[in-house]
Design a protein around this ligand. Structure first.
Ligand code: SF4
Length: 888
């Protein structure tokens, strides 16, 4: 298209509306109500422009671009109109609102029009609401643009901000009618980024000032991988804003990414290496810490062999650090005893998806959410665990897509209007998914053409799943047969359908089986490999996909290459022989330590003690070690109790590298601040100790970039991903060469494993963890929105105000049965241990079932969870523990 703007002709394409186009062309057209994340709703009328052939000025934000258009943006009439409009807005403001042009969009505009002294308001302003730990509310500065209302509805879907009263008396307030803290706000901060007037402000900016520098990096929390613009001032982080053009979060964040950064400046950060002595911790310089660690490792290897040592990578460390950790284990020590926290979450997903499709990772991109007609969410409380994806799913459902939620609890997504909730009992995933397959087969809704073209095993599978009729399976699984049949119909008939699953699927003894049963549904209905479809694990921590993919797995090398086949290739690349003896997984390492066979453990960014199940068993294992080396940003619980050497780490805001999110996207992590004291990136001490062990060849890295170059050299599917290319945004692997655009969706024409995939006949093998007269209730553990894993980071932020700590959720009938009231402290005991938690009465859990978070080290919820593990991958069964409760 060709349009003329202020006399200049432009060839344009790609923009539908005039305002974003004018801004892209460099025209400074003002607006206060426009937000690129929302559909236009002209209110301020500052963006009016003159269009040739149109009698009156039109709002550019709501006017479509047309070929041949003639647009004037700055006529004297337009400027006079804008000036009058701005003056009316300025008059209502308190005097101090407009003094600093950096304070708000309104202050900048008013200043540009010479109206900073026009403010006359403030006398009858509503009271300031300063109760919220993150958001300051001063509705005396509101200009009625409704951006806060619209962004809360249209981006987050929380519907917190509302217009109260009528006419001249209209005022915007939260749904509580009182303070924001008392409302249903989830503190995503979208309203603050949208507010142009300063009515809503970040408390941190008010306290420390506006940032003087912005650095783009990736959120340190969950596997969604939201990109941030981190604002710093005077050597501290004062603000974290969403990157507006980010591929994943598209200008949105959750409370953790947006606000939970105060842990970086916490006074108890580790700043120097520590050695445990009889008199307590002794701070030492790095050379001594490296020498002591190397000497003790060498002595253990000499006496007991390399397999007496284990190394744990970390889902919170970068790809580069995890790559070095597994290379350190294999080359510097000579053992395949290397694992990471993927073991305790999504190892079953990786195993199942690799089995069925050939690649153990998400089949699709998050952008497939908006292309799906049906979204199936299994065992994933996305609104709390992966909130930005939870919001995207909710918005898609509100726009008309089917939403099916398979979860024991009535989680937030199950409450979305129109959602179908299948409230299965914990551990019933396999029968429920097989029953859906049965219902699809019986209703004749299989994709016969897809099956013929790309799927094997149909006849056997058909006979198998017909044994799982909803009417037979549903009652025992806890789901009404009619619900199962309706869910099956929507998933199979209203396509494309996409599935997301979480730890409610994988953290069971049937974890791998359940993911295979889910993949069966996708094969049966052709819901894989095409836009809006797929099977996608929602990864818990920011780099859990990357830590495993870099080779922190006993039987897999970088790029998930099988050790047995790829060892010669890696030996050639590394110039060193690789151990070929099978390595131990984390649970195996813990068992071996308890037996006295594993003598040393190096845990990089992994607080094993509170996060592993059956804490009593973990105590026995860790206590038996001769050497425990812990790298972390704080003296975590594992280090405090058992470490011999503690090495201070830089957090992700303090180093360079890359993370890999849940949709296989590699994104750049950039240093925002220097690390405190002597803290260093985790790869650096590993290289130092390798050198001290006399295995320095191959560990001479000078930077994260140098490590990444080696990763590219040994990982064919990542060869095209360079740091230079990542400057333009993340890339999803496979990306085999530097001209390749990356792969948003796998298995389009054929599967990674070959042209055809096979349906698998999955039997249900129940958990040995059963209720009894002594332990009559079933406990499920999980996350809350405000806290993250062992709470190491979020418990050192004002998120503690929003959720003070762990709690036990119980249904109203069970609370009445046990004579318990809201807030009571409740003793909860399993066959493995006991703890005490405050009680919350909630309609989310079913009768007979309880839910507890595990984010607070002080409560040790994992004292309760037991020894059962997924049969294929050893992933612990966190999601089903028989317990009893009593008032404490
Ligand atoms: Fe960070 Fe996940 Fe929240 Fe995004 S959704 S801001 S990645 S915690």
């Amino acid at each position: 298209m060709r349009i003329r703007v202020d006399g200049r002709i432009h060839e344009v394409s790609g923009e539908h509306l005039l305002l974003p186009l004018l801004r892209r062309l460099g025209c400074d057209v003002p607006s206060l109500c426009h937000d690129p994340r929302l559909a236009p709703q002209p209110a301020c009328r500052l963006c009016v422009v003159e269009v040739g052939g149109v009698a009156h000025p039109v709002p550019a934000c709501a006017t479509a671009v047309e070929d041949g258009m003639e647009v004037r943006t700055r006529s004297p009439e337009l400027e006079a109109h804008r000036r009058v409009t701005l003056e009316l807005l300025a008059r209502r403001q308190p005097a101090d609102a407009l003094r600093d042009p950096a304070a708000s969009e309104l202050a900048r505009l008013v200043g540009a029009y010479g109206l900073a002294d026009a403010a006359r308001g403030g006398a009858d302003a509503p009271p300031v609401d300063d109760a919220h730990p993150y958001i300051h509310v001063d509705m005396g500065r509101c200009i009625d643009c409704y951006r806060c209302v619209r962004i809360c509805d249209g981006l987050q879907g929380q519907f917190v901000w509302r217009a109260w009263e009528r006419g001249d008396r209209t005022v915007i307030r939260p749904d509580s009618g009182t303070t924001l803290l008392a409302s249903s706000c989830v503190a995503c901060g979208a309203c603050v980024t949208a507010c142009p007037s300063g009515a809503l402000q970040d408390q941190s900016v008010r306290e420390h000032g506006v940032p003087t520098r912005l650095t783009r990096t990736v959120c340190p929390y969950c596997g969604v991988g939201c990109e941030l613009e981190v604002g710093t001032r005077d050597g501290r982080i004062v603000q974290a804003l969403p990157a507006m053009d980010a591929a994943v979060n598209k200008g949105h964040l959750c409370v953790k990414g947006r606000y939970a950064f105060d842990f970086v400046a916490a006074g108890d950060r580790l700043t120097t290496p520590l050695l445990r002595t009889d008199a307590g911790w002794r701070a030492v310089a790095w050379p001594e810490a490296i020498a002591v660690t190397a000497a003790r490792l060498r002595a253990i290897v000499d006496r007991h062999g390399a397999d007496a040592v284990g190394v744990l990578g970390s889902a919170r460390a970068t790809n580069e650090e995890n790559y070095v950790a597994q290379k350190f284990a294999r080359v510097a020590l000579g053992t395949n005893n290397v694992d990471c926290c993927a073991r305790v979450c999504h190892a079953p997903s990786a195993a199942a998806l690799a089995d069925v499709f050939g690649t153990g990772a998400a089949t699709s991109a998050f952008d497939d959410i908006e292309l799906a007609r049906t979204i199936l969410v299994c065992g994933a409380n996305a609104s709390e665990g992966h909130p930005v994806i939870g919001a995207r799913i909710r918005q898609r459902a509100l726009a008309g897509a089917n939403l099916i939620v398979i979860d024991p609890r009535r989680i937030e997504l199950a409450r979305v209007p129109g959602a179908l909730h299948l409230p299965l009992h914990p551990g019933a995933n396999v029968p429920v998914l097989n029953a859906l397959a049965c219902a699809i087969v019986e209703a004749g809704l299989v994709d016969a053409a897809f099956l013929r073209a790309r799927v094997d095993g149909w006849e056997d599978f058909r006979a198998h799943v017909l044994r799982f009729r909803p009417e037979d399976v549903g009652p025992a699984a806890g789901v009404a047969p009619a619900l199962l049949r309706e869910a099956a119909r929507r998933y199979a008939a209203d396509t494309p359908a996409i599935a997301f699953h979480g730890l409610g699927m994988t953290e069971h003894v049937q974890g791998t089986d359940a993911v295979i049963a889910l993949a069966n549904l996708a094969l049966l209905t052709g819901n894989v490999g095409r836009p809006g479809s797929g099977v996608n694990p929602l990864r818990g921590q920011n780099n859990v996909q990357g830590s495993a993919h870099m080779g922190c797995e006993p039987a897999l090398l970088t790029g998930s290459a099988r050790l047995a086949e790829a060892a010669p290739r890696f030996a050639a690349a590394w110039g060193a022989p690789l151990p070929t003896r099978p390595g131990l997984r984390l649970p195996g390492m813990m068992d071996a330590a308890a037996r006295g066979e594993l003598k040393a453990l190096w845990a990089m960014g992994y607080d094993v003690l509170p996060t592993n199940p059956d804490v009593a068993a973990s105590h026995r294992s860790l206590a038996a070690l001769e050497l425990l080396v812990v790298q972390d940003i704080f003296l975590n619980e594992t280090a405090r109790a058992y470490a011999h050497v503690v090495l201070p780490s830089a957090c992700s805001f303090e180093k360079d590298g890359t993370f890999m999110n849940a949709e296989r996207r590699i994104q750049r992590v950039r240093q925002v601040l220097p690390p405190p004291g002597e803290a260093r990136p985790d790869w650096a001490p590993l290289c130092d100790v390798a050198r001290a062990l006399g295995r320095g060849d191959g560990f001479g890295f000078a930077s994260a970039a140098a490590i990444w170059e080696e990763v590219r050299a040994v990982w064919p599917a990542g060869r095209g991903i360079t740091y230079e290319r990542l400057e333009g945004g993340g890339l999803q692997w496979p990306c085999p060469d530097t001209a390749h655009p990356g792969t948003a969706r796998l298995h389009g024409e054929s599967f990674t494993a070959g042209p055809r995939a096979a349906l698998r006949c999955i039997e249900h093998r129940p958990s040995p963890e059963e209720t009894s007269a002594d332990y009559p209730l079933l406990l499920v553990t999980g996350r809350s929105l405000y806290h993250f894993n062992a709470g190491t980071m979020t418990m050192r932020t004002p998120n503690r105000v929003l959720r003070p700590g762990d709690r036990l959720d119980i249904s109203p009938p069970d609370a009445a049965r046990y004579g318990l009231a809201e807030g009571d402290r409740v003793r909860i005991a399993s066959r493995y241990g006991s703890t005490t938690l405050p009680l919350h009465i909630d309609d989310a859990p079913r009768e007979g079932e309880l839910f507890a978070t595990f984010n607070e080290p002080a409560t040790w919820v994992n004292l309760l969870t037991g020894p059962h593990r997924d049969r294929r991958t050893d992933t612990p069964e966190y999601k089903r523990t028989a317990v009893r409760i009593s008032k404490a």
